[in-house]
Design a protein around this ligand. Structure first.
Ligand SMILES: Nc1nc2c(ncn2[C@@H]2O[C@H](COP(=O)(O)OP(=O)(O)OP(=O)(O)O)[C@@H](O)[C@H]2O)c(=O)[nH]1
Ligand SMILES: [Mg+2]
Length: 335
């Protein structure tokens, strides 16, 4: 079988759809490589080494190094399951629609995850045609997304789409993140100029989506850019998938620089009744809202948990690798 490199453009349970020289090929993982934890499981956007099988499914034998990676963890307490979402993207489009879906706390959380992934975030405020004035939404988003481009758009009327062009140049890869029903697939269809993804109505009463997109799919636009559409996510927790704890610390610093720059008199200040507490002073003066502080504390706690968990997983994987090498060598006679 010939060995080559291909890019994963969709994942369907155990079968992978690969883009190879403009055509689609199907492949499965080589289980002996992937089951012993030596290779990261590939996801959409990953470049992989594949053994081509002209008669059936080809075989993925290696996941090539990633420049960015986004995983989500189940945020329920006690559950720690990682879900690989996308890899190798340049831009993370964070979509929120300008209705009941708009939520700055969720925006802070998704921004932190986006910075942690290695991609550059852009906030896209959708369904502009449904609001008389989008500027209050843009201002609220600006308060928590300092220095990040915030783009109001309408997939329906085409408003604002040209402001996304600079992120959608040939060869660039973007991923769409956002709750079900915000209009991810509709925006992708509008950018593609044809229906490439199915869309469906949101619920009338609470504007929630119906989880129409059920798998991740990478689509090539006429410009030659790639977009990864994802299923709407209910909750996003800080993932343990960080080889480098600096990633998550850096991400928190990007999103909460204003909070982290507050210096209390005591370095171990608990921000309760200590004199010279800069956090309490900022909340009292209105410079920092209590909600933003609480969101920061919550994410920081999750980040710490994620780091501990990541360290435990790395240790376990090193142990497993040691056992695998030991059992491989066991039968050999070493002189
Ligand atoms: N008025 C208006 N409706 C929109 C716009 N974009 C999307 N919608 C509607 O919002 C609903 C949900 O759109 P989808 O594109 O399926 O949303 P999604 O984010 O892909 O949802 P999931 O696949 O479930 O995650 C559909 O009824 C769309 O027609 C827009 O710009 N304006
Ligand atoms: Mg969709």
């Amino acid at each position: 079988m010939t060995e080559t490199t291909a890019r994963i453009c969709a994942v369907h349970k155990e079968r992978y759809e690969l883009l190879l020289g403009g055509t689609i090929t199907f492949a499965k993982l080589k289980t002996s490589v992937y089951l012993n934890n030596t290779e990261p499981y590939p996801t959409v956007g990953d470049d992989v080494t594949v053994l081509l099988n002209p008669l059936g499914d080809s075989v993925i034998i290696k996941t090539l190094p990633r420049k960015s990676f986004f995983a989500r963890s189940d945020p329920n307490p006690g559950v720690y399951r990682e879900q690989a979402v996308a890899a190798n993207f340049d831009t993370v489009f964070i979509l929120q629609s300008m209705n009941q879906n708009f939520n700055v706390r969720r925006l802070e959380r998704t921004l932190t995850l986006a910075w942690q992934s290695g991609g550059a975030p852009v906030v896209v405020l959708t369904k502009q045609d449904l609001v008389p004035d989008h500027s209050p939404y843009v201002r609220e988003a600006e308060n928590v997304a300092l220095g990040v481009d915030i783009v109001p758009v309408s997939a329906k009327s085409g408003f604002g789409l040209e402001r996304l062009d600079s992120y959608l140049q040939s060869g660039m890869v973007s991923v769409f993140l956002g709750s079900s029903g915000v209009g991810k697939s509709s925006l992708l269809n509008a950018l593609a100029g044809e229906t490439v993804m199915e869309v469906s109505e949101i619920r009338e009463d609470d504007a929630r989506g119906r989880h129409t997109t059920t798998h991740r799919q990478m689509v090539r636009l006429p410009s030659g850019a790639f977009i990864i559409d994802t299923p709407g996510m209910r909750e996003m927790g800080i993932s343990q998938n960080t080889d480098n704890p600096e990633d998550v610390r850096g991400a928190l610093n990007e999103v909460f620089g204003d909070v982290e720059n507050l210096i209390c008199r005591f370095s171990d200040c608990k921000h309760q009744s200590e004199p010279g507490c800069a956090v309490r002073a900022a909340i009292e003066s209105g410079e920092l809202t209590k909600e933003r502080w609480d969101a920061y504390v919550k994410l920081k706690r999750e980040a710490r948990y994620a780091e501990d968990k990541a360290a435990a997983i790395r240790e376990k994987s090193a142990r497993n690798q040691g056992i695998a090498i030991w059992s491989r060598n066991r039968g050999k006679v070493v002189w």
